[in-house]
Design a protein around this ligand. Structure first.
Ligand SMILES: *[C@@H]1O[C@H](CO)[C@@H](O)[C@H](O)[C@H]1NC(C)=O
Ligand SMILES: *[C@@H]1O[C@H](CO)[C@@H](O)[C@H](O)[C@H]1NC(C)=O
Ligand SMILES: [Ca+2]
Length: 354
């Protein structure tokens, strides 16, 4: 009788063991699969390898700025206090209450493009006693004066701002200068007092003032994905600033750059704007889809989600990745504990029965 009992016990236990191992394997597989998925999606989000670049001279601005500012002879037009010298287009000098801009005369019909901005912000002011910053534009409107870094408010299109002065008091986690991105649809106002936070798509800090080396900003728009990067450390390396899909920008808008000073000032210089056309392979289906929902008003998909995500401000992609990873590990740990406890409880119950 005892022998039978122990053999039964042995078998049920080994069955449990097998079950336990099987479960562990499933978890491992699940975990590996999730990890793989993440990895693959990270790799494929960067589709450099299938793109070709062509510099488009008509949308670029570089030394010696031939004919810039003179009537009719250039692709670029100056406005306000902007001035051309041999080394730069100075949007504003380091003086109070100035604003200036340079605008392309030709609407851009390129679907996918990349803008490389070589700029310089410098002046006498000590930290946070300088302002206000410069902006790069791709908008429906051009040659308008206004409060948004020297451009009109309620603009229609894309603005990337290098904001050098913190207007809002409560900047605990945000260090200025700060690069911020906004898409306007003609009715959205830029909140100057809050440094554009209510309407921002995202951004990054960028210590760009009074540097000896060159500073660059990079804006790429491919398949409705908007990427902003900066190169400000003199290392010739692009650092991520913003990367979001589902940004809808119409064709035929104008590129421009503008800057403004107030009580505080800086020299805001554009050394070059280089626009590259990107040739991206599209399937027939993709092209048809894009034709069908042609964009007429700029917008951003899932703006509510984006705002929610931003309320967790300060969390980088990596931080989120690790948070997800650790919560997943935590769940797995709990499940494993649960299984162990259950199997022990089961065993005890079995023992009680015999
Ligand atoms: C512009 O965006 C705002 C906020 O997302 C929205 O309420 C408004 O309807 C939009 N306007 C147009 C013309 O699409
Ligand atoms: C911008 O739009 C807001 C409301 O959307 C409006 O109150 C404001 O007057 C507009 N500003 C300009 C300069 O048109
Ligand atoms: Ca500001």
């Amino acid at each position: 009788m005892a022998a039978v009992n122990s053999s039964k016990l042995c078998c049920s236990e080994s069955r449990l063991n097998v079950m336990f191992r099987w479960n562990r394997m499933i978890f491992k597989l699940y975990f590996m699969f999730t990890f793989l998925l993440l990895f693959v999606s990270l790799c494929f989000s960067d589709d450099d390898h299938e793109m070709e670049e062509f510099l488009k001279r008509e949308f670029s601005l570089s030394k010696p700025y031939q004919g810039v500012g003179s009537l009719g002879s250039s692709h670029w037009e100056l406005m306000g206090d902007a001035m051309v010298t041999t080394d730069q287009v100075r949007l504003t000098p380091d003086m109070q209450s100035r604003q200036g801009a340079v605008w392309s005369r030709i609407p851009c019909q390129l679907k996918d493009w990349e803008m490389q901005v070589h700029f310089k912000v410098h002046g006498q002011g000590k930290k946070n006693l300088n302002g206000d910053g410069l902006a790069i534009w791709y908008t429906k409107e051009r040659m308008q004066k206004g409060p948004v870094f020297g451009n009109m408010d309620n603009f229609t299109g894309l603005g990337v701002f290098v904001d050098t002065y913190p207007n809002e008091e409560k900047h605990i986690e945000r260090i200025f200068p700060y690069v911020i991105t906004m898409v306007g649809n003609g009715t959205i106002s830029y909140d100057h007092e809050r440094d554009g936070r209510p309407t921002e798509l995202g951004g990054c800090n960028a210590m760009v003032r009074n540097l000896k080396h060159d500073t660059f900003l990079f804006i790429r728009y491919v398949r409705r994905r908007l990427t902003v990067m900066i190169d400000i450390d003199g290392q010739h390396e692009w650092r991520d600033c913003l990367d979001i899909p589902g940004v809808r920008l119409p064709l035929g808008y104008y590129f421009g750059a503008s800057a403004i000073t107030g009580d505080l000032s800086d020299n805001h210089d554009i050394i070059s704007l280089k626009l590259y056309q990107l040739t991206v392979l599209r399937s027939k289906k993709e092209e048809e889809e894009e034709e069908q929902d042609a964009i007429t008003i700029p917008s951003v998909d899932n703006m509510e989600l984006l705002r929610l995500y931003q309320s967790e401000e300060g969390m980088s992609g990596l931080a989120i990745f690790f948070t997800v990873l650790f919560s997943m590990l935590g769940c797995i740990f709990l499940i494993v504990i649960g299984i162990v406890v259950y199997s022990q409880w089961n065993e005890r119950r079995r023992k009680r029965f015999y």
